[in-house]
Write a protein that binds this ligand. Structure first.
Ligand SMILES: NC(=O)C1=CN([C@@H]2O[C@H](COP(=O)(O)OP(=O)(O)OC[C@H]3O[C@@H](n4cnc5c(N)ncnc54)[C@H](O)[C@@H]3O)[C@@H](O)[C@H]2O)C=CC1
Ligand SMILES: O=C([O-])CC(=O)C(=O)O
Length: 338
């Protein structure tokens, strides 16, 4: 895939368009591209100069989204695919597949309440990925992430294509929120802030490590507790504000675009690309866990450890394990029984 720009036809086009250095060709697919997340994510991926082909797939309405986005004068060629019979074409040759397909929450629901519908959607899409682009990096956005990632892993195992380095639960929105909320409380420039968020992606399984936040602010314990709670409940805050019209879409598209960009940079050999993600892990006794991950040419290059935790974070870590364990097991069971 790392073709010389000068040699390939697409490369010549790139040179004509002003890309002077070697930019590898990369195909990215968005599955669920006509949805609340899918549309702005399609826009942001169209703006990403690392993408050469952008495939937009949904069960309805993708021709319009694709026609619209395709008029933007950026590098990638855009194609829309609609309906299951076109899924194979959307996926063929993909380097990165981003999955925001499935139903969102309404007020009063937990992410786990989405399991019954979304588990089947994810399973179907992952079977197609195993068939048409088994080497792609998969960025799973569909909830409940704590279960949909294990479902994807089981589908890939059954198909004989599973590579633990290539499957990611997207937890970047938790990091985005933790950074924003911390910057507001600590009165520091948000652009300078870093906060790891570990665990999973639902309620108390989301564990921001504010003891490791930079720049250091020495916030009092009650502020740290309030920030932790707000980060854990960030999704619910949006669900309630939208009052029945869905969950986070714009901030999620932003977060999804950041994570996909990190994956592409890793594939392209950019050094020291580190993002938090929910991946197969030995950081704890749980088989999947979100922590900092170094991204490379094959996906996960290294799953980084947790680093030193405060007493409050140690307690949070122990409290999240039973819920995360049961969500993982629920996903594994579903994938193997149906
Ligand atoms: N990981 C995270 O941090 C976050 C995850 N989410 C999750 O992302 C998912 C999508 O949310 P929204 O975009 O707001 O929902 P939405 O309902 O606006 O869009 C979902 C799209 O998926 C499509 N879809 C349904 N079945 C499909 C299939 N089999 N193949 C392809 N596309 C299919 C629908 O046609 C629709 O266009 C939800 O499960 C939500 O909970 C939302 C926010 C943050
Ligand atoms: O809360 C939800 O249902 C959507 C989500 O995962 C988030 O916003 O973090």
């Amino acid at each position: 895939m790392f073709r010389s720009v000068a040699r390939s036809a697409a490369g010549k086009n790139l040179l004509r368009r002003g890309y002077a250095t070697a930019v590898p060709e990369r195909k990215v697919a968005v599955l669920g591209a006509a949805g609340g997340i899918g549309q702005p994510l399609a826009l942001l991926m169209k703006l990403n100069p690392l993408v050469s082909q952008l495939a937009l797939y949904d069960i309805a309405n993708t021709p319009g989204v694709a026609a619209d986005v395709s008029h933007i004068n950026s590098r990638s060629e855009v194609a829309g695919y609609v309906g299951e019979e076109q899924l194979g074409k959307a996926l063929e040759g993909c380097d990165v597949v981003i999955i925001p397909a499935g139903v969102p929450r309404k007020p009063g629901m937990t992410r786990d309440d989405l399991f019954n519908i979304n588990a089947g959607i994810v399973k179907g899409l992952c079977s197609a990925i195993a068939k048409y682009c088994p080497n792609a990096l998969v960025n799973m956005i569909s909830n409940p992430v704590n279960s949909t990632v294990p479902i994807a892993a089981e589908v890939f195992k059954k198909a004989g294509t599973y590579d633990e380095k290539k499957l990611f639960g997207v937890t970047t929105l938790d990091v985005v929120r933790a950074k924003t909320f911390y910057a507001g409380k600590a009165k520091v420039n948000v652009a300078d802030v870093n906060v790891p968020v570990v665990g999973g992606h639902a309620g108390i399984t989301i564990l921001p490590l504010f003891s490791q936040a930079t720049p250091k602010a020495n916030l009092p314990e009650e502020d740290i507790k309030a920030l932790t709670k707000r980060t854990q409940e960030g999704g619910t805050e949006v669900v309630e504000a939208k009052a029945g019209k869905g969950s986070a879409t714009l901030s999620m598209a932003y977060a999804g675009a950041i994570f996909a960009d990190a994956c592409l940079k890793g594939l392209n050999g950019v050094p020291d690309v580190v993002e938090c993600s929910f991946v197969q892990s030995t950081v704890t006794e749980l088989p999947f866990f979100a922590s900092k991950v170094r991204l490379g040419k094959n996906g996960v290059e290294e799953v980084l450890g947790l680093g030193p935790l405060s007493e409050y974070e140690k307690e949070g870590l122990e409290s999240l394990k039973p819920e995360l364990k049961s969500s993982i097991e629920k996903g594994i069971k579903f994938a193997n029984q149906s």
